[in-house]
Design a protein around this ligand. Structure first.
Ligand SMILES: NC(=O)c1ccc[n+]([C@@H]2O[C@H](COP(=O)([O-])OP(=O)(O)OC[C@H]3O[C@@H](n4cnc5c(N)ncnc54)[C@H](O)[C@@H]3O)[C@@H](O)[C@H]2O)c1
Length: 266
């Protein structure tokens, strides 16, 4: 029985999803949440062992793949093979991402290139591969990952912010082009979420937690949040689940901000 028949607009029964960055943090939580909603999830990550661990945590409704999203041919192969093997492709979540810090005056070109290659071009490759299939099949939903960094101008994260601003515009342009084929394209722009990425603010070199550094790093953002909250990966995963489900069938080209209210653009 399909979710339309059971009148659960948030259900994902029988949907086939590819999630990049599924080996850690927000990507792992998203893979788990989509699978719990009924989807079959291909967990893809450059860290193949981590992708495998996520798939194992889900069980038989998940598969794992080692994928570097900067490798255009590999991205196309994974997405095309998934659609061919599973007979459909309903959902793509582009969550893989990296950050490099440094003042604009000092950023090495190689750092800028690396961040753009993963965050923007990796998202572009996967969007192109998946949207071609979804358009031909008459429907699908893509969710990209921007960041609260697009709403402010924080020092020392220019490469990252620019890559995420590019993801926002890619999302809007693609949504405008593929809506007529029943394909929706949205993005999430998370606020600060506790993951390996943000651990750079408070993890010691040996990987252990420095609670004092963590409290200091989180304090200013807590103060900016009307909820006084820092996010957990699940807070973003639930937003993604909404966007890929039929509950969001009237929603495309939008940037959803699970950010504790830190930024409230119109
Ligand atoms: N954590 C936050 O506060 C926060 C806030 C806003 C946006 N984001 C975005 O959310 C996404 C997930 O971040 P996270 O916080 O879960 O970080 P994370 O470091 O926990 O997870 C990122 C994952 O991406 C994978 N990855 C990196 N390069 C890759 C590549 N070339 N190909 C495939 N996989 C690759 C990593 O192996 C890792 O598993 C990123 O796009 C990040 O920019 C995070």
């Amino acid at each position: 029985m399909t979710d339309s028949e059971t009148a659960d607009p948030f259900g994902l029964t029988d949907r086939v999803a590819v999630v990049t960055g599924a080996g850690s943090g927000i990507g792992r939580a998203t893979a788990q949440v989509l699978a719990a909603a009924g989807a079959y999830v291909v967990c893809a990550d450059v860290n193949g062992a981590a992708a495998g661990a996520t798939a194992e945590s889900i069980g038989k409704s998940a598969g794992a793949a080692t994928l570097d999203v900067t490798d255009r041919a590999a991205v196309f192969a994974l997405i095309e093979n998934t659609a061919a093997e599973r007979g459909r492709l309903d959902i793509l979540c582009n969550i893989a991402g990296i950050i490099r810090t440094g003042r604009v005056l000092d950023v090495p070109e190689a750092d800028l290139d690396a961040v753009l290659a993963v965050n923007f071009k990796g998202t572009f490759h996967a969007c192109q591969a998946a949207a071609r299939i979804m358009c031909a099949n008459g429907g699908g939903s893509i969710v990209n990952t921007a960041s609260g960094a697009v709403d402010t101008a924080q020092p020392e994260i220019m490469s990252y912010s620019v890559s995420k601003a590019a993801v926002v515009q890619l999302t809007r342009n693609l949504a405008a082009e593929v809506g007529r084929y029943g394909v929706r394209v949205n993005a999430v722009a998370p606020g600060l979420v506790r993951t390996a990425m943000t651990g750079r603010h408070y993890l010691r070199p040996d990987g252990s937690m420095d609670e004092t550094a963590r409290a200091a790093a989180e304090k200013p953002l807590r103060r900016l949040s009307p909820l006084g909250m820092i996010g957990e990966p699940e807070d973003i995963a639930y937003a993604v689940r909404y966007l890929v489900s039929d509950a969001a069938r009237f929603v495309t080209g939008q940037i959803l901000r699970p950010n504790g209210g830190v930024a409230m653009p119109w």
